[in-house]
Ligand binder design. Structure first.
Ligand SMILES: [Zn+2]
Length: 189
């Protein structure tokens, strides 16, 4: 399914994403979001705590109290909008990926890279479990980490309707991570 964004709204996503993650990292030194790699007809936007590398997939936001870190990035492709573009005129982008990764900071230099759980969404992929928000249990290793565990199975039509709907779904995932993983007072099993 196609999730569209007008080019003029791309800059505003920086603030949207910064605010989303600031909510679960209270007191974090600085959380920013930047747009990068505008080449090849695509733009990526990713959150960071002061970007140090040009490769946005290496940008992290760290939670010192729990030793966890997250990365979040979106890849948008420039699109030609024909029929079905609705009220969108002018340069538009289509969401290719929205990826939220959870890591254990102290293991980032090890073979497994500290990968814990990856939350993905690939709206352009024609696959029931991969198109909508889904989970990869990266810490389970191959082949289990490749399995797509859908988080909204049966609701792709709603969740992937537009960027506001997907944002609502990801806001819930982010809030869950804040409550279950980053809260030192989270309950037991
Ligand atoms: Zn995936």
């Amino acid at each position: 399914m196609q999730i569209l964004l007008h080019e003029r709204d791309l800059l505003a996503r920086k603030a949207t994403l910064r605010e989303r993650f600031q909510r679960i990292f209270p007191g974090a030194p600085f959380i920013g979001a930047d747009i990068t790699s505008r080449s090849g007809g695509s733009a990526a936007i990713a959150v960071h705590q002061g970007r140090t590398q040009s490769d946005y997939t290496t940008w992290r936001v760290r939670h010192d109290q729990t030793g966890l870190a997250i990365s979040y990035f979106e890849v948008w492709q420039y699109a030609k909008i024909g029929k079905g573009g609705g009220s969108l005129h002018g340069p538009c982008l289509v969401l290719k990926k929205a990826y939220l990764h959870l890591y254990r900071s102290e293991r980032e230099e090890t073979e497994d890279g500290g990968k814990l759980f990856f939350f993905h969404c690939d709206p352009l992929v024609d696959h029931r479990y991969q198109a909508g928000p889904h989970l990869h249990a990266e810490c389970a290793g191959d082949p289990w980490s490749k399995k797509h565990i859908p988080l909204c199975d049966g609701f792709n039509e709603i969740v992937l309707k537009d960027i506001d709907s997907l944002d609502a779904a990801f806001d819930r995932i982010v809030d869950m991570i804040g409550a279950e993983f980053l809260s030192l007072t989270a309950g037991g099993a």
